[in-house]
Design a protein around this ligand. Sequence first.
Ligand code: FE2
Length: 272
Amino acid sequence: MSAFERDGFLVLPQFVSAAACDQLRERALKLVSEFDPQGLVSVFSTREQSRLADDYFLGSADKIRFFFEVDAFLPDGKLKQSKEESINKIGHALHDLDPLFSSFSRTSELQKLVAELGVRDPLLLQSMYIFKQPRIGGEVNCHQDSTFLFTEPIDIVGFWFALEDATIENGCLWVIPGGHEVGLLSRWVRVAEEGMQFQRVGSGSFNEEKLVPLEVPKGTLIALHGLLPHRSLANRSPKSRHAYTLHVKGGQSLYPSDNWLQRPPEMPLRGF
Ligand code: FE2
């Protein structure tokens, strides 16, 4: 049995060069600088507009869209910090729409790793650039990625690239080694009209006492089995913790129509 099969994750230091990390970071910052938040700020800052915020998220499978940190806003709806320091993430089709993100996501090294991890005829499903901003970087609760990207059989692998050093202080990833053995606990499914809902599918639970931090230097790649429980804590430190994530599925697995992420027919998923 490989370490990935046993533990549900793999840490690969120096998988990408510091220069490649910096290039991606610069590109992400350029995208943010070109992004006009006018109009969207009101969508994300008021509770009444949550339906619009949901639609903005659910329509992002084939787009490059910008999502704010929950704590980005003052009570009057204005941003606390600059636009550049208020974005939580960019998603979810950077890897298909932006040439630099596409080449970063389609290296021969990554293709080889995907094959070694047993994903056959891989398709690149979603990408996210995560800022984990200084002081306001939000917490991500313990979850399994296959909850949000369900396939039959389950063959999702997440690739998490540290574009800056990730420490406990600035909100590194935490995982439960071997925790993928619990099986899938829930699915996040589209329910007609009402949007999305969690649906319980398994009887187990996460043993969160077993979470361990993965403090990794810039350039490290962490591969995560779709069933591996993981989380990250809030970033209250003065340092950001930029990361890029890419999710891959096997070409033959079933991808249900009630998953949130649906590509339009004119923009099908692509491989390497
Ligand atoms: Fe995740």
